[in-house]
Design a protein around this ligand. Structure first.
Ligand code: ATP
Ligand code: MG
Length: 801
C-alpha cells in the first residue's frame, strides 16, 4: 500500500517539492550551488520507492564520485529502509563496469577484464610512441594520451577519426597508427581504459540492441547529478538507456531474485523517465570533454521536458553567497540566477596574504586550531588548492602543528610504485592476458631480467602464438641463461600457486578472504617484501608499511563483500576515483583540489593560493573559455562553505626550485570589498605585529599608499586585490611575475649576521640571522624604527652598508 510521504516532503520549498513529485518522461532541475539539487534527487528516489512506483532494481542514479554515491545510497536507505540497497547508485564508470562485467563476452572480452587507469594508459602509450618512433613527429606520450582520451569522449575511434583527419600530414598518420595500435593492445590485454568503460558500453548497446533492451527494461528511472559535467559519451549512454524498448526480447530479470517487492504497475515499454540536475556555473570539466550544451539543449533533446529552477540556497551565509554571486556574475554567456539565503549575513570572509606559502600554510593551521577551540570539529573544515603540488607546503606545516588532516583524491595511495607492483601481481593472476602487468613484475624484485630477456620472451610468445604470460612457463625454451631461467621459473611457480588460491582450477568460488591470502602469498613468495625489508633505504620501510596497508584493505574488502572475488576487488580498486578516500576518519581536516570539492560542503573552507597563474591557472590563459572555466572552479570552491570562508595567498611561492612573485588573483578583485576582513594584506607582510590594519584602512579609505605601501621592497608595487584587475593586461607586462624577470634582483648579495643594511622603506637595520638557501635566502633584520622583519634577500630593496 501507499506509505506516507509527509516526512519526505517536509521542509521543501515549492520548487523543490515539484522537483520531487513531478512525474513525466523528462525533468531538468537547474540551480545554483547549495540550492538542494542533490538533496532533491535523493528525495525523489525515496519518493519513487515509497510510493512503489518503482522498485529498487529499476532505479539507476548517477553521481560524480563513488563517495557521493555511497552518501546518496545511505541517505535513501535512511528514508526507505534496507530494501533500497538493490539500487544502482554509482558513477558512470562504476555503472558501466557492472554492465561490462556481465556482457563483455558478447564482444570478445572476458568478464575478468582489467581496467587501465590513466597511469596504466600512459605507460602503454609511452611504449607505443617509442615503438612507432613517433617522437620524431613531435608526438609526446602526454599529448597523445589526452588526444586519444578526448576523441574517445566524443565516441570517435581510430578508423572514424582517420576518415576525417588530414592523412597527408605524416604526424597525423602517426597519431592514427598509435591510436589504432593502442586500441589493439588494450583488446589483446583484455583491458578497458577509463574512457572505454563508457564508450564501449555505448558501442555494446548500439551493436547489440537486445542487450541494450534488457537494461532499458530494467532501469525505469534514470537520475543524473552534476549533469553539467557529462561529456558526449556519457550523454550518449543516457540516451541509449532512455530509448523505448524496441525488440520483443523477454525480460531476463523478470523472474529471478532481483525483485525486492512486486511493483504495482507493470513495466512499460516506453523509454525510462529521466531526471537530470545541474548548474552550468559549476561546469569545470570541459578539459575532459564535458559539454555544457548537454544541459542547455536538454529541452530540445527531450521534448516536453519539465524544467524546475531552484533559487534558495540552504548552505551558505549571505556574505559567502554574495561573494560567490559577484564572482560568477563576471562570466558572460550565462543566465543570471538570483540565489539567496536566509541564513543571515554571517561572518565576514577572511582574507590573508602570507609572505611565502609556508606563511600562508601557518595561517591556515593557526586558524584551523582557533576554530577547533570554538568547538568546530576538524571534519567540518576543508582546505582547497588549485593543483595537487600545492598540498606539500600545507602538509608540512600541518604535520609540524599536529593538525590531523587527510588528502582527498590525488589517488595517492594507489599511485605508489609498490602498490602498483602488488596490484600488478594480482592482475597477472586474475587476467594473465594483461601483458603490461606481467611485464611490470618481471624484474620486481630483481631477477636479473632486463630488456633483452623481456624482448626474448615477447618474441617467443609471438612466434609460438602464445601469450607473454604463458611464455614464462617454459623458461628453458627462451634461450636465456640458467640464472635467468631460474628467476622466470620461480615467478611462474609463484603466480601459479596464487592462482590456485584466487581462481582454483577446481572452479570452486573461493572465499572472499582469498584475496588477502593470495596477495600475502604473492608479495612474500616472490621475494618482493624481503627485498624491501633488506634495503637500508628509509623509503623502503614506508613501502613495507604501505603494503601492510594494502593487505589491510583486502581484509576490509573480505569483511564488506562476503561473496567478493579477486575480480570484484580489482574493480573496486580501479574505480577509486579522485574524490574517494578509503579511510574516512572523521577527525581530520580534508585537503583537496577545487575540482575534487564539487558537490561537497563544510562549515569552514580555506581556499588557498588565490593568485594569478594559480587560479586562474596559467594553462587556462591560452584555452578558449579557459579563464571563464577557472572562474567557475573558483565559484565551486567558495560555495562549499557553510559558515566561514578564508581566502589566502602568498606573495612569493617557491615552485620547481624557483621563487615566484605572486600577484593576487583577479577573482579577489571581483568580491565586494566590504565582504572581506583582511587579516593581513600584501602591504602588511613585512610588518607583522606592527600596523596590521594599515593597508586595510588605506584601502577602505581609498588612500594612496594602499596595499603597496610596504611592497615597494619588491621594486614593484604589488597590486592590491581591489586593484588587481583594472590595469591587468598592462600591469602584467610591466611587472613580470618571475623573480628572474625584470623585477629587482640583488643577485647573490652577501649578507651575514651583524651586517648593517638600508631598506628603502624601513631605513637602517642590523641583520640578526640569515636562513634559507639560494633564491630563498631570508634575512632577519632588526630595524631601528620598524622592528624585526624577514626579507627575501634576492628581491628586497636593500643595500649593504
Ligand atoms: P551543489 O551545487 O554544491 O552540488 P546542491 O544544489 O546539490 O549543491 P545540496 O547539497 O543538495 O545542494 O544542498 C545544500 C545544503 O542545503 C545541504 O546541506 C542540504 O541538506 C540543505 N538543504 C537543501 N534543501 C533544504 C531545505 N529545503 N531545507 C533545509 N535545508 C536544505
Ligand atoms: Mg549537489
Amino acid at each position: 500500500g501507499q506509505q506516507g510521504q509527509d516526512d519526505l516532503l517536509a521542509g521543501l520549498n515549492p520548487q523543490q517539492l515539484e522537483a520531487v513529485t513531478y512525474r513525466g518522461p523528462a525533468l531538468l532541475i537547474v540551480a545554483g550551488a547549495g540550492s538542494g539539487k542533490t538533496s532533491v534527487l535523493t528525495r525523489r528516489i525515496a519518493s519513487l520507492l515509497r510510493s512503489r512506483e518503482a522498485w529498487p532494481s529499476q532505479i539507476l542514479a548517477i553521481t560524480f564520485t563513488n563517495k557521493a554515491a555511497g552518501e546518496m545510497r545511505e541517505r535513501v536507505v535512511d528514508l526507505v529502509g534496507d530494501a533500497a540497497r538493490g539500487m544502482w547508485i554509482s558513477t558512470f564508470h562504476s555503472a558501466c563496469v557492472r554492465i561490462l562485467r556481465r556482457e563483455a563476452d558478447q564482444f570478445g572480452f572476458t568478464k575478468s577484464f582489467t581496467i587501465y587507469d590513466s597511469g596504466d594508459s600512459r605507460a602503454l602509450i609511452k611504449r607505443l610512441v617509442k615503438e612507432h618512433e613517433a617522437d620524431a613527429y613531435g608526438l609526446t606520450p602526454a599529448a597523445t594520451q589526452s588526444r586519444i582520451s578526448k576523441l574517445k569522449n566524443e565516441l570517435a575511434d581510430a578508423e572514424s577519426f582517420a576518415r576525417q583527419a588530414n592523412m597527408s600530414d605524416p604526424a597525423e598518420r602517426k597519431f592514427v597508427e598509435i591510436f589504432a595500435d593502442y586500441q589493439r593492445q588494450l583488446r589483446k590485454a583484455n583491458a578497458f581504459d577509463f574512457d572505454d568503460l563508457i564508450g564501449q558500453t555505448v558501442f555494446l548497446f548500439r551493436a547489440f540492441p537486445k542487450v541494450a533492451d534488457t537494461y532499458r527494461r530494467r532501469f525505469r528511472h534514470i537520475l543524473v547529478d552534476e549533469y553539467q559535467d557529462t561529456n558526449h559519451a556519457q550523454y550518449s549512454l543516457i540516451h541509449e538507456l532512455t530509448r523505448p524498448v524496441s525488440s520483443d526480447a523477454p525480460d531476463p530479470y523478470a523472474a529471478n531474485g532481483m525483485m525486492i517487492f512486486e511493483p504495482e504497475t507493470t513495466p512499460e515499454l516506453e523509454g525510462a523517465s529521466l531526471t537530470v540536475v545541474g548548474d552550468s556555473d559549476q561546469s569545470i570539466y570541459a578539459f575532459r570533454g564535458a559539454d555544457i550544451r548537454n544541459i542547455s539543449e536538454f529541452e530540445r533533446d527531450f521534448p516536453g521536458a519539465r524544467v524546475v529552477l531552484l533559487e534558495q540556497n540552504y548552505r551558505s551565509t549571505q556574505n559567502i553567497l554574495s561573494a560567490a554571486n559577484a564572482v560568477i556574475g563576471n562570466n558572460f554567456d550565462r543566465k543570471d540566477k538570483k540565489l539567496w539565503s536566509d541564513r543571515g549575513a554571517g561572518d565576514k570572509i577572511v582574507g590573508f596574504t602570507g609572505y611565502s606559502q609556508h606563511d600562508e600554510a601557518q595561517f591556515v593551521a593557526d586558524e584551523v586550531e582557533a576554530l577547533r577551540r570554538t568547538g568546530m570539529p576538524y571534519s567540518e573544515m576543508a582546505v582547497f588548492y588549485r593543483t595537487n603540488s600545492q598540498s606539500r607546503a600545507l602538509e608540512e606545516i600541518f604535520i609540524r602543528s599536529a593538525v590531523p588532516y587527510k588528502i582527498m583524491g590525488g589517488t595517492k595511495f594507489y599511485e605508489r610504485a609498490e602498490i602498483k607492483d602488488a596490484m600488478a601481481y594480482l592482475i597477472a593472476v586474475a587476467n594473465p592476458a594483461d601483458e603490461m602487468s606481467v611485464r611490470r613484475i618481471l624484474n620486481k624484485p630483481r631477477r636479473g631480467i632486463g630488456d633483452v630477456t623481456e624482448t626474448a620472451i615477447a618474441r617467443f610468445a609471438e612466434d609460438h602464438g602464445i601469450s607473454f604470460r604463458e611464455a614464462l612457463s617454459v623458461p628453458g625454451q627462451l634461450g636465456v641463461g640458467p640464472k635467468i631461467q631460474a628467476g622466470i621459473g620461480h615467478l611462474d611457480a609463484v603466480l601459479k600457486e596464487a592462482t590456485e588460491i584466487l581462481l582454483p582450477s577446481s572452479g570452486e568460488v573461493p572465499p572472499s578472504t582469498s584475496v588477502a591470502e593470495g596477495l600475502t602469498l604473492l608479495i612474500a613468495k616472490s621475494g618482493y617484501l624481503d627485498a624491501l625489508r633488506a634495503s637500508r633505504d628509509p623509503q623502503d620501510e614506508a613501502r613495507v608499511e604501505n603494503l601492510d596497508e594494502l593487505v589491510a584493505v583486502t581484509r576490509d574488502f573480505a569483511r564488506n563483500n562476503p561473496d567478493g572475488t579477486i575480480v570484484d576487488f580489482l574493480t573496486e580498486v580501479a574505480l577509486v576515483a579522485d574524490a574517494d578516500d578509503l579511510d574516512d576518519e572523521s577527525g581530520s581536516v580534508s585537503m583537496m583540489t577545487m575540482h575534487t570539492a564539487k558537490g561537497l560542503e563544510y562549515d569552514a573552507v580555506f581556499v588557498t593560493g588565490v593568485e594569478e597563474d594559480l587560479i586562474p591557472h596559467r594553462i587556462s590563459a591560452g584555452e578558449p573559455g579557459g579563464p571563464q572555466e577557472e572562474r567557475r572552479l573558483f565559484y565551486v570552491g567558495i560555495t562549499r562553505a557553510r559558515k566561514r570562508l578564508h581566502l589566502s595567498l602568498a606573495m612569493t611561492r617557491a615552485q620547481f626550485g624557483e621563487v615566484t612573485v605572486a600577484m593576487p588573483s583577479r577573482f579577489l578583485q571581483e568580491i565586494p570589498g566590504d565582504l572581506v576582513d583582511w587579516r593581513q594584506s600584501p602591504g602588511d607582510v613585512n610588518s607583522r605585529g606592527g600596523t596590521q590594519s594599515r593597508a586595510l584602512n588605506a584601502r577602505r579609505g581609498g588612500g594612496s599608499g594602499g596595499f603597496g605601501s610596504g611592497g615597494d621592497r619588491f621594486g614593484v608595487k604589488p597590486l592590491a586585490p581591489r586593484d588587481a584587475l583594472k590595469p591587468l593586461s598592462t600591469s602584467m607586462d610591466k611587472f613580470p611575475n618571475k623573480v628572474t624577470g625584470k623585477v629587482r634582483d640583488n643577485g647573490d648579495l652577501e649578507l651575514t649576521a651583524g651586517d648593517r643594511i638600508r631598506h628603502s622603506d624601513f631605513g637602517e637595520g642590523r641583520v640578526d640571522a640569515v636562513t634559507g638557501e639560494g633564491a630563498k635566502r631570508i634575512a632577519h633584520v632588526r630595524f631601528e624604527t620598524a622592528g624585526l622583519k624577514k626579507l627575501l634577500i634576492k628581491i628586497a630593496p636593500i643595500e649593504k652598508l
